[in-house]
Design a protein around this ligand. Sequence first.
Ligand code: AMP
Length: 202
Amino acid sequence: MKLIFIGPQASGKGTQGKIIASKLGLCHISAGDLLRNSKGKLKEKIDYYLTKGKLVPPIIIFNMIKEKIESSECKNGFILDGFPRSMDQVEMLEKVVKIDKVIEIYIPDNIAIKRLVSRLNCEKCNAVFNTITNPPKKQEICDICGGKLYRRKDDTELAIKERLKIYHRETEDILHKFDSIRINGQQKIEKVTEDILKELKE
Ligand code: AMP
């Protein structure tokens, strides 16, 4: 199965992407994680865009995604999270793969902002927590791998506004292009997972 998860920032795409991928034996490809984990000179260039909340040049992220899609790790299928984010990225993707389904995880902007300002990420395994809705058992420590939790440098008010603006201006258009399924992202994590699995079975 080749899937795309789309949704505004903090809608739970990453959380659900990891859960569904492990349940279905797919690989979870997070564009944001690939970019944040880049190294050397490329990292310096990428960080410039990340900190401002702007999209990195499409060719940089496309090459990273293509390499992952074609790796043996993803031979049973994948969930794309954070890619494509614009129509030109859709065109690039369609040249290399045919997508089976697009899942939209929807939350309104005011909820996205609330979640982003209380979000914590693990620097080791990229797990995501939220101090209000999904707090870690120990403060600043990841429940999963024991890594240190940090706040992302693009989870600032200015960058959040920019990221949501780009989502509504560029990413939402993708939903019209594919026959997408909308899932209510304001429910409990388990219920969102259940709704996605139900849709995928149909
Ligand atoms: P995310 O972790 O999905 O919130 O992505 C964090 C940041 O990475 C975004 O604000 C962009 O700067 C960059 N980014 C992630 N995915 C893409 C993409 N498909 N195209 C361009 N930039 C991206």
